[in-house]
Design a protein around this ligand. Structure first.
Ligand SMILES: [Fe+2]
Length: 209
């Protein structure tokens, strides 16, 4: 089960009040990108829109790290009965799936995520949101290379990130061929927004990163 587009938008509004930040506008843009690409790729565009809107909903709990927002989003959507959105909350941050977990996590939360990801074969909706997460900034749509640099400037770099980038480029090729054009062709105004260089967002002082 999934919420309607209207219900998902209301969730984002409520989440904005709990934890305002660029992640909300980013989520809306992930939804729009997913809808536009799904339409042309022969997928369910309404489902794509809703799961795109909700992929980061775990951030409603505050400024948290990657595993925490993944886990909180999954938990929140499961409580609501939105299983397909819960799945995306889990898979969107791990494009390499099991290869992203070639280590033993220390926290119970991360152990739970690892178990879930190891038991999951990514479908086109998982791949779509993994890719759209890398196409949508809060200020608009951008080419993958640009988003990778933005995120790296915020969080720093590890060698494995580059393998993740390669995975996302491969997913883009997959969707380019499903669509018969480039995913960039259906992202409104990308030519302009990809050239913008706003300063990386910083959390308000005193808040947990
Ligand atoms: Fe995201």
């Amino acid at each position: 089960m999934l919420p309607t587009i209207e219900e998902a938008m209301k969730e984002l509004d409520a989440a904005w009040k709990l934890n305002p930040g660029p992640w909300v506008r980013h989520s809306v843009n992930v939804g729009i990108a997913a809808r536009n690409i799904a339409e042309k790729a022969g997928l369910d565009s309404e489902k794509a829109y809703v799961i795109g809107l909700l992929h980061d909903i775990g951030r409603r709990v505050g400024i948290v790290d990657i595993p925490t927002h993944v886990y909180e989003g999954y938990r929140y959507c499961m409580i609501k009965g939105w299983e397909e959105a819960a799945r995306i909350c889990m898979t969107h941050s791990y494009p390499r799936m099991s290869a992203d977990f070639d280590y033993e996590p220390e926290t119970e939360r991360e152990m739970g995520i690892k178990k879930y990801i190891l038991g999951c074969v990514p479908d086109d909706y998982d791949k779509l949101i993994q890719m759209c997460d890398a196409l949508a900034a809060d200020y608009g749509f951008v080419i993958l290379e640009k988003r990778f640099v933005d995120v790296t400037r915020r969080y720093g770099i590890m060698e494995d990130y580059i393998k993740g980038w390669d995975t996302i480029f491969a997913i883009k090729e997959h969707f380019d061929s499903l669509m018969g054009c480039s995913v960039y062709d259906v992202l409104p105004d990308i030519g302009r927004t990809t050239l913008l260089t706003p300063k990386p967002w910083q959390p308000p002082k005193g808040e947990q990163k």
